[in-house]
Ligand binder design. Sequence first.
Ligand SMILES: C[S@@+](CC[C@H](N)C(=O)[O-])C[C@H]1O[C@@H](n2cnc3c(N)ncnc32)[C@H](O)[C@@H]1O
Length: 274
Amino acid sequence: MASVGIAPATVREAVVEASARLQRAGCDTPRLDAELLVADALGVDRSRLVTDAGAAVPVDAVGPIADRVRRRAAREPVAYILRRREFRRIELAVDDRVLIPRPETELLVELALELREGAWVHDAGTGSGAVALAIKDERPDLSVSASDASAGALEVARANAARLGLEVKFELARGVPTRVAGADLVVANLPYVRDGELAELDPEIALYEPREALAGGADGLDAIRELVAGAPARTMLALEHAPGQAEAVRALLDDARTVRDLAGRERATVGFVR
Ligand SMILES: C[S@@+](CC[C@H](N)C(=O)[O-])C[C@H]1O[C@@H](n2cnc3c(N)ncnc32)[C@H](O)[C@@H]1O
């Protein structure tokens, strides 16, 4: 423990000391992160940190707490340290082969929930499987398939599907796989960070999340353009993008409309392949 400067006697002290260390390291939410990491190392729910605040930290938890705090102080995302992230109603296993699912991506799920009974939805660039699995979880009547250009990401997605008991067909493919002709909707959260923005990303993203999940070329739209160019004509697409890219994405599609997130930012565009 001395190496990381934390030798807590009680659970309360462990949280306070971890929080102080994470604040010094520049983490945005040091107290929350400290609570999540200490609770995980102790193998308890976060609520137990309050009820057991005065309890002594068991000797065998001291090392695991120090290890988690050290990793977070190096700006590794909490989700990678805990190896899990909640997304809508499901909990996904995540590691550095996949992007950590983001709240704004729920827009793609919500668009798929509007589909008629028994429709077929495909998730391109599925990563951890977040979008495809959340859709199947909330609409078991839909037929759901998914693909990704990364074999590592597909391993994570398939393992998540198996653990959650959700039936989704996965395949390795760039853009939209050819057999997806006939899908009622293709949803995609592909990489869309512009080259010039990559250097400005927070350390959590720049140092730990997979570059192939982020980098979208000069204007951020390389993967989106590739998907649109390869998708069957008249396919309905729902594409996540950065707020400043909405107009450019609308220009790629017919009958396009853009959906805003809860903060009012243009975050996903729906339209048809020409
Ligand atoms: C931004 S991440 C999103 C992952 C997941 N859909 C989510 O929202 O959490 C983009 C994913 O697309 C994959 N990808 C990148 N380029 C691709 C392409 N041209 N075709 C298909 N998948 C691609 C990456 O491997 C990565 O898993």
